[in-house]
Design a protein around this ligand. Sequence first.
Ligand SMILES: [Zn+2]
Length: 302
Amino acid sequence: MNDSSSFHPHRRRALCCGAAAIAGLFTSLAAQAEATPPAMPWQAWPAPLADLLHQTFEGLDPAALWDVHTHLLGNGDSGSGCSIHASMTEGWHPLERLRRTAIMQAAGVPGEALGEGGVDRAYVERLRRLAAGFPPGARWLLFAFDRALDDQARERPDWTTFHVPDAYAQQVAAATPDRFGWVASIHPLRPDALERLDRAIAGGALAIKWLPSAMAIDLRDRRLSAFYARLAASRTPLIVHCGEEKAVPGAGRDELGNPLLVRAPLRAGVRVIVAHCASLGQALDLDQRRPTMRPAFDLSPG
Ligand SMILES: [Zn+2]
């Protein structure tokens, strides 16, 4: 959303609510089907869902359908290099258990006692099956997900909820190129961030993904200017999660998800996509002399 003023708030709200409604429908149907949503062509789905999807796609060119926010996830059991924080695999806290169960069931990973390569492969296989049910031409951008780093650019495993290497996202996308593209994720404070960025762009990455609250990225940090310049020059979009984050606690820096902070990359000429439209949570209205908290959704960087 490079020019946020052209994107009407009502349309933004409608999009978010529509997504939430569809997610809710999936959730209730999934519960009925013992948490395993059907992976079949949508024309063959139960009537209410098939009708809804038919209306959703009416008049759209399937070749122009791109889902630009598809997370990869894995525990590295196939040698993918992916990892998941212990709180996601063995935490006892009810909220951690709920989060883990919801993510794994939604991903179609049938339990955690799988054989070698089981979790990594099950996740990708489910994505492939779901994608195969869509009209030919529809594509998904698969996300790598970098580790959290602190202000001194030290990797923080304790803040890293999960990690998906760029190379793995590239490899999974390359195996099914008619359905998948890939998005790199590079913490900009890494000493070799620019080399990684160049490598990602040369390797076909279609965008860069950041989740500032989890990865501990302050979009205003002056040290990011060279990274922004490279993104602007290559016209590589930056996909930034804004608003409250519930699925990936990571560094727990919710204030870094303030949508007003995307002004920094926008001013540097970067094309920015505000993931989730900042539809959850509150953020400081930094335009006020004495900033107070307001719904993040109402704060417009434009
Ligand atoms: Zn995301």
